[in-house]
Design a protein around this ligand. Structure first.
Ligand SMILES: [Zn+2]
Length: 236
């Protein structure tokens, strides 16, 4: 219903004002902002995590990925990186791709254009400084892109990318099975999967459902004959 309403608003010419707030809805996003939609090359599924690094949960995610032989992309918050710079470096050193999720987890819609730019530059510098890597991607909090978002991304030398399917793993009620079921709903060839390696904006302990889903999800992707890996290998 939310999707149908947003689509109706979009076709009614509401896009200029509403596009930022509806880009998080995949069916609408396909129409409004295909460049950010994150459909990659055939035969590859990108695995991405938001909201870390978190000393409680990120090491568990990294360990499980290591066990499964999977590399992923971690969209880090600058504020979390400053709290755990060594952990951010460990994620990069383990062969994962580091990316930028903003400095603090606030929607762009609640900030001035100048504040959006300042936040992103601060986050980019925190990630780059801690990991020694130059991040390439930016995914804004909640997947909400204001008119200032693309400007800020250009200024920071980052490319905006959202996702095509998510595990709704931020909910207390999420389980490994529910995460796999939710991801499967829109799991297509070239999909970009969104999960979370921290509960800093989710229900406490919700990350455990994401960790538990990684093996069945990896098996599901591989059973379809696709590879699973970071955005760097997604052909975007
Ligand atoms: Zn987030």
């Amino acid at each position: 219903m939310r999707v149908r309403t947003a689509a109706a608003l979009a076709t009614a010419g509401f896009v200029a004002h509403a596009a930022p707030s509806v880009t998080a809805l995949p069916p609408v996003r396909r129409r409004v902002a295909p460049a950010w939609h994150a459909v990659g090359a055939p035969g590859h599924v990108a695995l991405t995590f938001d909201d870390g690094p978190d000393p409680v949960s990120t090491p568990r995610v990294v360990d499980e990925l290591d066990r499964l032989g999977v590399k992923a992309t971690f969209f880090m918050l600058g504020s979390m990186v400053r709290l755990s710079p060594g952990l951010a470096a460990e994620v990069a050193a383990a062969g994962h791709e580091v990316a930028v999720h903003g400095d603090v987890h606030v929607s762009e819609l609640w900030r001035s254009p100048g504040a959006v730019v300042t936040d992103l530059l601060r986050a980019r510098d925190a990630v780059a400084h801690a990991t020694g890597s130059t991040p390439r991607w930016f995914r804004p909090p909640y997947g909400i892109v204001s008119s200032a978002g693309p400007v800020a991304a250009r200024r920071a030398g980052l490319r905006l990318v959202l996702w095509t399917t998510w595990g709704r793993d931020w909910r207390a009620a999420a389980t490994p099975s529910s995460v796999v079921a939710d991801v499967s709903r829109d799991l297509c060839d070239g999909a970009t999967v969104l999960l979370h390696d921290s509960d800093c904006t989710s229900d406490p302990g919700a990350w455990r459902a994401a960790v538990g889903a990684l093996q069945p999800l990896t098996e599901l992707v591989r059973a379809r004959g696709w590879r699973i890996g970071p955005l760097a290998e997604h052909g975007l």
